[in-house]
Ligand binder design. Structure first.
Ligand code: EPZ
Length: 420
């Protein structure tokens, strides 16, 4: 397993291009199962997660061709059972359930395991499928669904932690081929959900209300192929903005959608950084000493849970006391134990972390635990004194396209070493 060594103390400057969104590409790749025609997707990031999804599509019978960021998929015939050995590696594989149910009227997919950020139930997904007419059995770790036909319904998908992103995606993909109209109340409004709705409408679906809490989907008989550009990855963008705040002298992101990252740019502005935005670029620069923050993660457009770990890395060396509350995945604090190994001073009480900013962190061997926690450790290493050695970097490769190379291009002294 590879390791990443970060030599701290080298300021970042310059510009990088943001890749296509992982969390948009995954459900949109799954949506290609809804038609027998060819679909062409551009700006699909080269990640292990998107590679897993391509493997699943191939196992399900689709033909897939990739040329750098462009992926052409044609699912002329589709099997209804997703293979366990591939599905088990990635929670997002659950979003083939909706397309398989709509296309084949049956689906068998292995239940996604929990993961390090906390319990990852799919009860809301299944509630939506049942409302559309599916009979569901959960046996030997698999979800099996059958439906004579799918009929539109009014479904409330809000759970105790708020809307479900992939649940909204899944039920929307099942509803597009149902008879009649489906209303999803309490829908997720993330940009990635809107991007999926845009793609489905290009395929001939009739979806209104994307970006609001209420989706109205008028079922159609069949969908046709379409071409689509995946939106920029707002979490990669947020990660690089925080990197620029941690140790930048002026870092510019290109091919970014500023309106998708306002929660992060607002937080960095409140912390005292200078943010300049143009149509599709954002520049973050230091602007005197930074200030501590109170941050609570919320569903979009609130502060994203996927940016919580990265912000903790910045606040670890921000003078004063910062308070972070994680409302989406209350256990999502694995990164704090590792930051404490580097000298961070943090107390955790339930879903709230209180961070006492220290003057500097010290490089240390640390272990990546999940995708965003890994990124947070890299960011902390950029400014730490000495070398930070991060193991299990396969977590990073799941969701960041060449993170070490992009940071290196900005001036970071960062190297990837093959470990046994
Ligand atoms: C998506 O996961 C993202 N993944 C996650 O990003 C992100 O953290 C999450 O949304 C929240 O924004 C992808 O898009 C591939 P949820 P998802 O269903 O859809 C509870 C990353 O780092 N819930 O919106 O699986 C759930 O436990 C990843 O890129 C239920 O209770 O998350 C959580 O507390 C990590 N029942 C809350 O809802 C359900 O049936 C939000 O989860 C489903 C979810």
């Amino acid at each position: 397993m590879d390791k990443i060594l970060v030599h701290g103390g080298y300021p970042l400057s310059g510009s990088i291009k943001i890749s296509g969104s992982k969390n948009s590409a995954l459900p949109i790749l799954a949506a290609t199962l809804l038609t027998k025609d060819q679909c062409v997707l551009r700006h699909v990031p080269d990640l292990s997660d998107t590679n897993y999804m391509v493997q699943i599509l191939t196992h399900l019978g689709a033909s897939v061709e990739r040329a750098s960021g462009t992926v052409a998929v044609q699912a002329e015939k589709v099997e209804s059972t997703a293979p366990y050995d591939v599905v088990r590696r990635m929670r997002a594989s659950v979003c083939v359930l909706g397309p398989l149910l709509a296309r084949c009227r049956e689906a068998t997919v292995s239940l996604p395991g929990g993961c390090i950020i906390g319990d990852r139930p799919i009860d809301l997904h299944l509630k939506g499928f049942e409302a559309l007419g599916a009979a569901i059995r959960v046996e030997n770790g698999n979800v099996r669904m059958f439906a004579q036909k799918l009929e539109g319904a009014v479904i409330n998908l809000r759970g105790k932690f708020g809307p479900t992103v992939l649940g909204t995606d899944n039920v929307m993909m099942a509803a597009v081929l149902a008879e009649g109209t489906t209303v999803i109340e309490g829908a997720a409004a993330e940009p990635e959900v809107c991007d999926l709705a845009d793609f489905l409408n290009k395929m001939g679906a009739k979806i209104e209300g994307a970006g609001t809490r209420r989706l109205i989907i008028e079922g159609v008989k069949e969908l046709h192929g379409a071409e689509h550009d995946i939106i920029p990855d707002r979490i990669e963008a947020g990660t690089f903005l925080v990197a620029g705040a941690v140790c930048g002298k002026g870092v510019t992101l290109n091919r970014v959608e500023p309106k998708h990252v306002t929660a992060v740019t607002d937080a960095l502005t409140e912390a005292g950084f200078h943010i300049a935005t143009k149509d599709h670029s954002i520049t973050v620069s230091p602007n005197g000493s930074s200030k501590p923050l109170k941050i609570a993660t919320e569903p979009y457009p609130g502060f994203p849970t996927d940016m919580q770990a990265q912000m903790c890395a910045l606040l670890s060396t921000t003078e004063g006391i910062s308070v972070v509350t994680e409302n989406i995945f209350p256990q999502r604090y694995m990164h704090l134990a590792e930051l404490k190994r580097m000298g961070a001073q943090v107390e955790i009480e339930g879903a709230t972390a209180t961070i006492h900013g220290v003057e500097k962190l010290l490089g240390a061997p640390v272990m990546a635990s999940d995708l965003r926690a890994s990124a947070a450790l890299v960011l902390a290493g950029l400014k730490a004194e000495g070398v930070t050695e991060i193991s299990r970097v396969y977590h990073i490769d799941r969701g960041y396209e060449h993170l070490d190379e992009k940071l290196g291009a900005l001036g970071a002294h960062i190297e990837r070493v093959k470990a046994d």
